[in-house]
Ligand binder design. Sequence first.
Ligand SMILES: *[C@@H]1O[C@H](CO)[C@@H](O)[C@H](O)[C@H]1NC(C)=O
Ligand SMILES: [Cu+2]
Length: 235
Amino acid sequence: MKLSGSLAVLAAAGAQAHYTFAGTLYNGQRTADWEAVRMTENRYHNGPITDVRSEAMTCYELNPGRGAARTLGVTAGSTVSITTGGGTSIFHPGPTHFYLAKVPAGQTAATFSGKGAVWFKIAQDQPRGLGTGSLSWETEGKSQVSVRIPQCVQNGEYLLRVEHIALHSASAPNGAQLYISCAQLNISGGSGSIKTGNLVAFPGAYSATDPGILFNPYYPIPTRYINPGPAVATC
Ligand SMILES: *[C@@H]1O[C@H](CO)[C@@H](O)[C@H](O)[C@H]1NC(C)=O
Ligand SMILES: [Cu+2]
């Protein structure tokens, strides 16, 4: 009894240290958790992906093929926030990346798998404190992350892939923790002139030895951080 009690406490502590991305916040309106964001495999345990070659790297879906109920209409140039689920927050230090994949003709944001070379990056962040021995990240402790949808995207339905890479254990192979979700968007008002560069696939875009994945945040004191994946698309 005593043992199972302390195990339960440990399990709860682990779940608290992890997190999910579950909702959207747009123009002051929140969606319910998993309404416009596809339900993720870590919905209940909150845990991360640690193998960047895993098929879960696409959208970390609990039920691949079953989209979310809603596709959120947004305007190009506006800001979309993704909120953490189940009372969790972004407990660990590390970068946040946002990617978009345009839904192919004949499919919808609710049916598109997101597989294949379809993704381009629209945002990434860098730590403060490089060279000081004390790195910090904008999103640490927050319960939402935000991205501006580029004004120059093409109109249409998209998957928006949010990814937070926790780096606290990333100095060992497969030590980085990836927290991922995909929201379903319908973007309007875009100019269409975006230069995406080469589209990338998840899994595929990252390797376990990328310097932004296998990264010691403590020693030697890092003087730079190289975000994994492609450069951010430009207008
Ligand atoms: C996407 O948004 C456009 C512009 O508001 C609208 O005309 C279209 O019906 C929307 N598509 C879907 C599937 O909701
Ligand atoms: Cu954790």
